[in-house]
Ligand binder design. Sequence first.
Ligand code: ATP
Ligand code: PRP
Length: 235
Amino acid sequence: MADTVLTVAVPSKGRLKEQADDLFEKAGLGLHKTGHERGYTGAFDAFDDVEVAFLSASEIVHHLRAGRVHLGITGEDLVRETIPDVDACVSFEVPLGFGRADVVVAVPDCWIDVSGMADLEDVAAQFARAHGRRLRVATKYFNLTRRFFAKHNVSGYRIVGSVGATEGTPAAGTAELIVDITTTGTTLRANHLKVLDDGLILSSQAHLLGAKEADWSGAAEARRNEIVAKLKAAL
Ligand SMILES: Nc1ncnc2c1ncn2[C@@H]1O[C@H](COP(=O)(O)OP(=O)(O)OP(=O)(O)O)[C@@H](O)[C@H]1O
Ligand SMILES: O=P(O)(O)OC[C@H]1O[C@H](OP(=O)(O)OP(=O)(O)O)[C@H](O)[C@@H]1O
């Protein structure tokens, strides 16, 4: 194998893996594992100087941020949540049309007078008077939530971290409302939650991203352009 000029991070597991694999297949890049079947490195038949690193969607964000890989496939929600200065760190090369999920603010159905973000500050004030504390928002999207609530001038809340079963937290009594992703809306409906009218924080999908901190000298840019062109042609 020639010296590596470019490294591409590809989801090794989880929701984005299968569709990323299908896309590389359609693009005719010939993605395959190198070393043993359970290993985490790969290569493309099409190029002998490109290395593939199989990583989880969340790890890919950190590798892109640090410039440890040149290109990577991961979800926009994870990128915008994890990297504060997104534009300085990464470039959005190709939206891939899969891994779609909306990050939304949802409240209990029974909050009949609450339909938009503007209502939340009033609810927070009433809640503070009645219970002597702030509204609790369950989420794993701490930064997206803080930015969105600040943009809507909502401040009477605190975040409670939640990495699973977030939609169950209002019924369980551990939060009053949530910020989470929804695709079909089934989980929200099943948990008697409704999305606020202007509660869409981000419409996310998987992207091919470039790392601005990576070493783009030599043939790296040319290789990137070839990979981008092949993926775009396969969409
Ligand atoms: N219904 C869904 N539920 C969760 N994630 C979804 C859904 N639909 C699309 N996605 C997207 O998939 C990506 C997360 O994938 P995955 O859960 O495999 O990643 P991860 O955070 O690396 O996983 P892990 O927690 O195992 O490390 C996010 O970008 C998310 O927006
Ligand atoms: O709008 P829907 O189509 O119902 O999808 C949204 C749900 O899917 C995911 O959870 P999942 O139960 O798949 O597991 P996870 O939270 O462990 O990822 C996500 O966290 C939401 O809860």
